[in-house]
Write a protein that binds this ligand. Structure first.
Ligand code: SAH
Ligand code: MG
Length: 210
């Protein structure tokens, strides 16, 4: 089995919220984005490293680097009492969620440590000090109104002309999920700076045209 196929099977075993078909789409669009070769890619929302392996497997083939950003304390819906709470990810020392050890384990097991680089901290603070243009940006961080818009405003301007903007958890029907990812997706399209080039499940793939 090829190294890339092995990584895709491994990604499937990692804890997270990325269905396989959407993970494979993420991988596919990144792998075939020729302009992104040897480039700088970034994902907002690392959790335990699942999407980082799907994207990282493509990045490795393309000699690109993927930054995987997270403060690692989970989003609102990951906290105790909410839908996506996972008790095994709580740090007994302070009782807070901490996904960093799981993320590190995933990237180490995948042998992607030279390709997938962790950025640990609040998304907007890192964005203010991150000046590298992005060939691929994957937005899958907090889904609350304020956080999702802050991510969009802070990071989408860094996507180069011809670069990819991928957004996860875009649900047109409010019964299926929260609105903010859908709203930023609509904003990206109505700005006329991005056009849609693909959609799989709740994943939207856009390309910068202006
Ligand atoms: N892409 C991951 C899932 C990410 S879940 C996968 O497919 O496996 C969303 C993540 O966003 C959580 O881990 C949460 O800690 C992170 N997050 C939410 N708001 C954030 C913020 N403002 N800054 C940094 N990370 C944030
Ligand atoms: Mg998601």
């Amino acid at each position: 089995m090829s190294r890339r196929k092995h990584l895709l099977d491994f990604a499937d075993t990692v804890k997270g919220f990325m269905p396989r078909d959407e993970g494979l789409a993420l991988h596919h669009y990144a792998l075939h984005h020729e302009e992104g070769r040897e480039g700088t890619w970034l994902e907002i929302g690392a959790w335990c490293g699942k999407s980082a392996v799907y994207l990282g497997a493509a990045a490795e083939s393309m000699n690109a680097v993927l930054y995987s950003l997270d403060h690692h304390h989970g989003s609102e819906e990951n906290q105790e009492g909410w839908e996506h709470f996972d008790e095994t990810l709580v740090d007994p020392v302070d009782g807070r969620l901490n996904t960093l050890p799981s993320w590190q384990r995933t990237i180490s097991d995948a042998e992607l440590e030279a390709t997938v680089i962790g950025l640990v901290g609040p998304s907007t603070v890192i964005a203010e000090h991150f000046s590298e243009p992005l060939d691929i940006l994957f937005i899958d961080g907090g889904h609350g109104e304020e956080v999702a818009w802050a991510d969009f405003h802070a990071w989408s301007p860094k996507v180069v002309l011809g670069g990819l903007l991928m957004i996860h958890d875009v649900f047109e029907n409010p019964a299926e999920g929260g609105r903010p990812p859908y709203e930023i997706y609509l904003e990206a399209l109505s700005s006329n700076e991005f056009v849609e080039i693909g959609t799989v499940g709740s994943l939207r793939v856009l390309s910068r045209v202006a």
